[in-house]
Design a protein around this ligand. Structure first.
Ligand SMILES: [Zn+2]
Ligand SMILES: [Zn+2]
Ligand SMILES: [Zn+2]
Ligand SMILES: [Zn+2]
Ligand SMILES: [Zn+2]
Ligand SMILES: [Zn+2]
Ligand SMILES: [Zn+2]
Length: 501
């Protein structure tokens, strides 16, 4: 069985189309050989292909290497888990969106590749001159909030129409949480033709075809803009926030009706106390009150009058998280806190306080960023060695990212005043921090069985300078207590993350 498993996972069984292991099902058999599930989903299934069920029966229990093994991925999975991993693998190889280009590479270097080879096709602003005369088929690259988009536009001069679609290159991690809108603007005039707002296409960017693209006729543009020879096109990309709230709101009945009443007339988000009102009684949210001088509904004055009755009712409502794809709901006092740290919100670099790093991006991209830009601050293994030399007048702090249990943690360590201090903070939605313990396990390496073990709950991420403020979350051990465990000047311990069961 072992040998068979090795043969299956090894070189002997490869897909005839993509040369990858047959590690994604369904696997088909053809005269030429076997075809893997990746290729079966991107190629039309032929009538001569037969699903190889006997192979699948055996191979379903075999752990295969990831198809990006040669690029550095060391992970292994059984076929049912493989697709999900390969789609989000940090070594995933992305083909250049330019169809004539054969380059492939990791997500974070596509932009550099474009800058090197297709610099004219990077859209900054993002704005470009729209050509409505010659036939073309272009793939532009756009970067917005560290998310990379591919914009495909194709003009058919015979048909007198153009087709376009915007894709998120990394759509498996980000999903369809963006919307976009094209605006066509006269270069020598003031007319603007706004095309409809659309969700970012949630399929692979290489799958562009006229059938799944948006179509615009030149004759319709001419109706709105006088000179179709001088048209500038801008692309507005936005997080799909407010609409997402509505979509995620599956609750029927009085609760959802009440939420509708709580919709702010200006920003359309659900109002969270404090809620203000105009002299006539129209409600407005706290944020928008600062931005407008008179009521958007009756033009009446907005002062500092609060709508306490509405606020009281709002206290009892479960608000949905504003991010598309998140199903979290909470009472108004907790929902803002969640949204600030929701997995789908935009995170700053966890080291911004120390390094002034300006990076920001999705939670799912933090680990890659830290690996690339702050490699000395990541601990992959929970075993930590601290070299205790000349501790006497030392004041020392250190912060490390620890990936564990499929989550990310910040391990803070500090030595000052003959005290060792530790804290482990959860990077993610605040309310999830208490789902994890951290355990510090100090072993004496000199062969005796002296041992020290401490366990605490993790807490939510704070600023670096507040990390050791809360005694409850901090492990504090006197130097004299740990001294017997220091071996040859090394303090060796492991920091393990354990889910609260
Ligand atoms: Zn294949
Ligand atoms: Zn992988
Ligand atoms: Zn290219
Ligand atoms: Zn508002
Ligand atoms: Zn009013
Ligand atoms: Zn959320
Ligand atoms: Zn950074």
């Amino acid at each position: 069985m072992e040998e068979l498993a090795l043969a299956i996972a090894g070189a002997s069984c490869k897909c005839v189309i993509c040369q990858s292991p047959l590690s994604i099902f369904p696997v088909y058999l053809d005269q030429a050989g076997s075809i893997c599930g990746r290729c079966a989903s991107t190629n039309a299934i032929q009538s001569t292909w037969i699903q190889n069920l006997s192979y699948e029966t055996i191979a379903q229990f075999v752990k295969f290497p990831c198809q990006y093994q040669t690029f550095g991925c060391l992970e292994k999975f059984i076929p049912s888990k493989m697709k999900n991993h390969e789609n989000t693998c940090r070594y995933k190889q992305y083909p250049c969106p330019m169809s004539s280009c054969t380059w492939i590479g990791e997500l974070d270097i596509i932009f550099d590749h474009y800058a090197d080879v297709h610099a004219n096709f990077i859209l900054t602003d993002p704005t470009f001159e729209l050509d409505l005369i010659n036939k073309y088929d272009e793939n532009y690259l756009i970067q917005d909030e560290n998310v990379t988009f591919a914009f495909h536009i194709s003009f058919d001069n015979k048909e007198g129409a153009f087709y376009y679609s915007l894709y998120c290159i990394d759509h498996y991690k980000i999903g369809n949480s963006y919307v976009y809108r094209l605006k066509l603007i006269e270069q020598f005039g003031s007319n603007v033709y706004s095309l409809p707002e659309l969700p970012v296409n949630d399929s692979e960017y290489s799958s562009f075809n006229k059938a799944n693209a948006q179509k615009v006729f030149v004759k319709d543009i001419i109706k709105e803009l006088h000179d179709p020879l001088a048209v500038v096109c801008t692309i507005n990309i936005e997080r799909n926030v407010v609409k997402a709230r509505k979509l995620s709101l599956q609750i029927e009945g009085p609760e959802s009706q009440f939420l509708n009443i709580l919709e702010c007339p200006v920003c359309h988000e659900y109002m969270i106390p404090p809620i203000y009102q105009c002299l006539t009684g129209h409600a407005i949210c706290n944020k928008c009150k600062e931005l407008v001088t008179d009521c958007p509904e009756c033009r009446g004055q907005i002062g500092n009058t609060r709508n306490f009755r509405l606020e009281q009712m709002a206290e009892h409502i479960e608000y949905p998280c504003k991010y598309s794809g998140c199903s979290f709901t909470a009472k108004p006092d907790k929902i803002k806190e969640h949204e600030a740290t929701c997995f789908l919100s935009i995170y700053d670099c966890p080291f911004k306080y120390r390094t002034q790093c300006k990076w920001s991006g999705f939670h799912s991209a933090i680990l890659d960023h830290v690996h690339d830009q702050h490699p000395e601050d990541t601990v992959e293994l929970p075993v930590i060695v601290f070299i205790c030399e000349s501790l006497d007048n030392l004041n020392y702090t250190e912060y490390n990212i620890l990936p564990a249990c499929g989550q990310l943690f910040m391990v803070g360590f500090c030595y000052s005043d003959f005290q060792f201090l530790w804290t482990v903070q959860f990077i993610g939605p605040k309310e999830n921090a208490k789902n994890y313990f951290y355990e510090l396990d100090f072993k004496d390496n000199s062969g005796t069985d002296k041992r020290l073990f401490v366990k605490r709950l993790c807490c939510p991420l704070t600023d670096f300078d507040e990390m050791f403020d809360d005694d409850e979350d901090v492990v504090s051990l006197k130097h004299s207590l740990l001294q017997p465990l220091i071996d040859n000047g090394d303090l060796i311990y492991s920091c393990n993350i354990v889910p609260v069961s």
